[in-house]
Structure formats: structure tokens, C-alpha cells
Design a protein around this ligand. Sequence first.
Ligand SMILES: Nc1ncnc2c1ncn2[C@@H]1O[C@H](COP(=O)(O)OP(=O)(O)OP(=O)(O)O)[C@@H](O)[C@H]1O
Length: 217
Amino acid sequence: MTADHITLQLDQLAFAWPDRVVLQRCTTALKAGITWLRGPNGVGKSTLLQLLAGALRPLQGTARLLRPGQPALDLHADNPLAWRHAVFWCGPGAVAYDHLSPLDFWSFLHGLYPDWQPLAVVRHAEAFGLGPHLDRPLARLSTGTQRKVWLVAALAAGTPVRLLDEPLNALDDEATAYLQDQLAQAQEERSALWLVASHEAPLPADSAPAQEWRLAP
Ligand SMILES: Nc1ncnc2c1ncn2[C@@H]1O[C@H](COP(=O)(O)OP(=O)(O)OP(=O)(O)O)[C@@H](O)[C@H]1O
């Protein structure tokens, strides 16, 4: 699969919270590899990722996922589960299901995502130094450690679309370098489409540049 083979087409996507319009007529075609979603605080980056995750309903507009040899998928169409299977979203807050251990959490996600990669979980968990934390409830882990647990899931999800919201927040230097290297690899391989909202560059300075999408107020 190459860059031309996955497209996320947004057409006139709009959203308003009760007291303010946040996104107006977002129209773009995102391609496989890394897209760095940029913009000032409060412009609506997290809101957009939540919309694309299916966690919020757009006011108007559509998002459509196109892949070769597979039927097009529409956000909020008759089969929301198919969209959920195709899109992994890693939000900024605490990990949900925080009574679970990392191992239980990944095992739960394994049941949700049809192309989940269990061997990748082992590899990324080791690289992030999660060994001592694997059996402890997520609620008792530090913010950065919880973040690593989510990121392992994002890297192993096997979905064609991955949405990362501020993935570098709370990571130590070593984990930051590891994640940036993994994203640089994803940018080279272009086997999935990654939309990464971040105030910091998601790729190392010496890698092929990410596509950029800057949201304007
Ligand atoms: N649950 C909510 N209810 C009401 N308004 C919200 C909610 N979440 C976000 N907003 C508002 O929507 C706007 C966009 O917020 P959002 O978090 O999407 O911006 P952002 O670009 O991700 O910002 P940042 O760079 O600070 O993370 C802000 O004005 C925010 O106050």
C-alpha cells in the first residue's frame, strides 16, 4: 500500500459547542503518512480529532475514508462500528478503563480492532520501559506512563487511520525520541494515515517532513 491508497476526505465539516462555533467548513483530503495538525490554542484541533473519532457529531459536512478494494466508509453512516474499527483515537486525557492493568487494557483493545498487532505491543511496551508497570491498575500509573500505554495501543492498533492528540505531552526525552522515530517510520511506510495534533514537531528534524495542516481561527 502506498501514499495514494488511503484518503480521508473531509467535506464542509463543521462543529459548534453550545456556546461557540469551533470548526467551519473544513474541506481537505488527507493522505497516508503523517499529517501534522497545527494551530493556536483553542482553534479546534482536539475537537476535530474527536469528530473524526466518531465521539462527537458534526453540525454539518461529511468525512469519508477511501481505500482500494474496500467500500468507502462514511462517518456517522448506518454502520458506525465499521468506522470505529478503522479509526484509532488517542486523546489527551487519562486512559479510560483505569481500573485495568496495561495488559488487560491492550487485551480489551485486541478484541475491538480486527488488525491489532500483539507482537508490536510487546516490542513497543519494552521500548517504552513499561515492564515494571504491566500488572498495575492504570489509575496508579503516572501521567506519562499512562500516555505510553495509550501510545503502545496506537502503534499496534493496525487501523488505517490513527488520530493522536498531543502525543508528546508528558513524555520523557527517551520516550519522545522513540515515538518520533516510530512516526518517522510510519511516514516512510505510508501504510496508515496519521493525523497528529501537536504544538511540537511530531517527527525528528532529520526525517522526511510531515504533511502539515494548519487550522486557522
Ligand atoms: N467539552 C467542551 N464543551 C464546550 N466547549 C468546549 C469543550 N471542549 C472544547 N471546547 C471549546 O472548543 C474550543 C476548541 O477547543 P479544542 O480543545 O478543540 O482546541 P485545541 O486547538 O485543541 O486547543 P489546544 O491547542 O489548547 O489543545 C475552545 O474554545 C474550547 O473552550
